[in-house]
Design a protein around this ligand. Structure first.
Ligand SMILES: *Cc1c(COP(=O)(O)O)cnc(C)c1O
Ligand code: SF4
Length: 352
């Protein structure tokens, strides 16, 4: 690799005044971070809102525009607005429900499952989902804080780790959101991974194309696709995190279409959330819309029991019934596997 970049060199926040940052970074910088302001914008009461939450609020404009004003129960709003209910403590809901904390390697990788290794690329996300199972996690090299910080991952060291373990065939970029890295950082990481002969697949788990579709710039699309002409040998797989059909507006649809045009394999994952998507019409519409865009619904996740998210939980009985009904309504390939993460298990447990 020529042109090697150290992540430590790239920690300086992008200055907006300079006008050199891409549009998506500006959109991110201008996201609404004050719950009171969000309520004012959407003309809803802040009565049950936590105005000073420990897990900070973050809602960028393109997502905000898909929220219906004056509707406190809007399914997109429910995913982002900190509510007083978050402080409700229920036994069994913990700060590290999937047992990740402390299992990261010094390089920021997590090799819990056979043949696959997850790389934690940072703690930055384009949005803060209130139900996120990582909302309490601390990562090596960062303070236990919700302020977006770039994680000092070092592609060279990560590649060296995979070189030393040829049983790993798939590198999974997770986070935070890997697409919060700059194009340069991503390109650097992907090229290093691609130089490891045993890595056959590179998978990116992201919510960014849904949250800030402007993130899928032409430049990024060039190296996210599977075109041999970009000189990559590992196959690229992108898994989109999407929970409700209202998240798929025209801007998002266009971005997804561009991603498909670039030749990437596209899958989706959804978290089953009370009052957001726990009903048959919404889930069928979501999965059908995804299929029509060319995205295969991969996982429907049972909520991880993270402290602060108790009010999002749907019973596995109800979840299972929904899946059974979806199977009679939709083509088989449109119905995702309903899974749950169980601490210490060697893979996700398929519930249905
Ligand atoms: C979910 C997950 C994976 C990937 O699992 P797949 O079933 O292959 O999608 C890998 N590592 C960790 C830690 C995970 O939680
Ligand atoms: S985008 Fe994913 S990792 Fe980030 S807050 Fe939402 S659920 Fe959590």
């Amino acid at each position: 690799m020529n042109n090697k970049i150290k992540y430590n060199d790239l920690k300086t926040p992008v200055s907006i005044e300079e006008n050199r940052s891409p549009l998506w970074e500006k959109i991110f910088a201008e996201a609404v971070r004050d719950p009171e302001e969000l309520c004012r914008r959407l003309e809803i009461s802040d009565e049950n809102v936590d105005l000073n939450p420990t897990f900070s609020m973050l809602v960028p404009e393109p997502f905000l525009q898909r929220i219906k004003p004056k509707d406190p129960l809007d399914p997109l709003l429910l995913q982002v607005l900190p509510r007083k209910e978050e402080s409700v403590l229920i036994p069994g809901f913990t700060t590290d429900p999937v047992g990740e904390d402390g299992h990261l390697s010094p390089e920021g990788t997590l090799s819990k499952y056979h043949g696959r290794s997850l790389i934690v690329t940072g703690k930055r996300c384009g949005i803060h989902c209130r139900f996120c199972f990582r909302r309490h996690l601390s990562f090596p090299g960062t303070k236990k804080t919700d302020i977006p910080v770039c994680f000092a991952i070092d592609p060279e060291r990560i590649a060296a780790r995979f070189m030393a373990d040829p049983t790993i065939h798939e590198a999974i970029l997770s986070g935070g959101d890997p697409l919060m890295l700059s194009d340069r950082q991503l390109q650097d990481l992907i090229s290093h991974l691609d130089e490891v002969p045993s890595i056959k697949r590179i998978r990116i788990h992201t919510r960014m194309p849904i949250i800030i579709p402007q993130r899928l710039t032409e430049n990024l699309l060039r190296f996210l696709g599977n075109n041999k002409r970009y000189g990559r040998t590992a196959k690229m797989i992108v898994v989109l995190h999407v929970n409700h059909p209202n998240e798929l507006d025209s801007g998002v649809s266009r971005s997804i279409e561009n991603l498909i045009d670039s030749g990437g394999i596209l899958l989706s994952q959804t978290v089953l959330l009370q009052n957001v998507n726990d009903n048959l019409p919404i889930l069928s519409e979501l999965f059908e819309r995804l299929i029509d865009l060319g995205v295969i619904p991969y996982y429907l996740h049972q909520l991880d029991r993270v402290a602060g998210a108790t009010h999002f939980e749907v019973s596995t009985k109800k979840g299972g019934d929904l899946i059974t009904k979806l199977r009679t309504r939709l083509p088989g390939y449109a119905v995702p596997r309903y899974v749950r993460e169980i601490s210490g298990e060697p893979g996700k447990v398929v519930l249905k």
